[in-house]
Design a protein around this ligand. Structure first.
Ligand code: ADP
Ligand code: ADP
Length: 227
């Protein structure tokens, strides 16, 4: 589903991704760990072309991400993304945050989009907050809205960039529970996180990055066994 082939990326003179080779199958959950600044976020953001790679070939769902002819909107419709800082529209309600893309990008009717949104809100456990504004919600609730929004375009892939790093400890679990459910349902997921428990339990594969390189790649049982 996602193929990095000999990917390099530079920010000016700074070589941020070095010879990345990684293939992720449909339904696989890959957790990316490593020190701050090692390139985890950059690697994940290349998948939906929030960042451009400098060279190498990146193929996502059969599409060459960096070709000039690639339809970015079509690519991104297949990829839901959840960020550390939620990135919800503060002046829109929870329901409006979720229906925005389906109505504007996918040309779904308002009624159809709202019906679908309510199902996603039930799925993440906050249907009762549909008419609230983001500022009225806890961090964990806001992040669950962001996940529902990501799901609203019925993506094939969900990307998570440190989804629990900005949360109070007591709300981290509720977000991880939703992610665990998605994983169990067969969603293809790439997750940057410092939550080692989640990596151990949920990942099919753990990728460890350091200074722009993939240093190790293994199933969690193998990865977390100290030789
Ligand atoms: P991680 O997610 O592992 O913390 P990042 O991918 O966010 O790492 O960043 C990797 C390195 O690239 C860091 O040193 C960061 O400062 C640098 N970096 C990230 N984005 C940019 C940018 N837009 N321009 C220049 N350098 C950047
Ligand atoms: P987060 O931790 O939420 O991913 P970051 O602080 O890593 O946020 O980055 C926020 C934004 O700043 C990103 O778009 C990233 O690409 C950019 N960025 C990070 N480091 C640098 C840098 N050294 N120079 C320029 N832009 C950067």
């Amino acid at each position: 589903m996602i193929h990095f082939h000999q990917i390099n990326k530079h920010y000016g003179n700074f070589h941020v991704l070095k010879d990345i080779n990684l293939s992720i199958k449909q339904g696989e959950v890959v957790v990316v760990i490593g020190p701050s600044g090692s390139g985890k976020s950059t690697m994940v953001r290349c998948i939906n072309r929030l960042e451009l790679v400098t060279d190498g070939e990146l193929i996502v769902d059969g599409v060459r991400v960096n070709d000039k002819s690639t339809d970015i909107n079509r690519l991104r419709r297949n990829i839901g993304m959840v960020f550390q800082h939620f990135n919800l529209y503060p002046h829109k309600t929870v329901l409006q945050n979720i229906t925005l893309a389906p109505t504007q990008v996918a040309a779904m009717s308002k009624q159809e989009a709202e019906q679908a949104a309510m199902l996603y809100l039930e799925k993440v456990g906050i249907a009762d907050k549909a008419d609230a504004f983001p500022s009225q919600l806890s961090g964990g609730q806001q992040q669950r809205v962001a996940i529902a929004r990501g799901l609203a375009m019925k993506p094939k892939i969900m990307l998570f960039d440190e989804p629990t790093s900005a949360l109070d400890p007591e709300t981290i679990g509720e977000v991880l529970d939703v992610m665990r459910t998605l994983a169990r349902e067969g969603m293809t997921m790439v997750v940057v996180t410092h939550e080692m428990g989640f990596a151990k339990e949920v990942a099919d594969r753990v990728v460890f990055m350091d200074q722009g390189r993939i240093i190790e790649e293994a199933e969690p049982a193998q990865f977390f066994t100290n030789p």
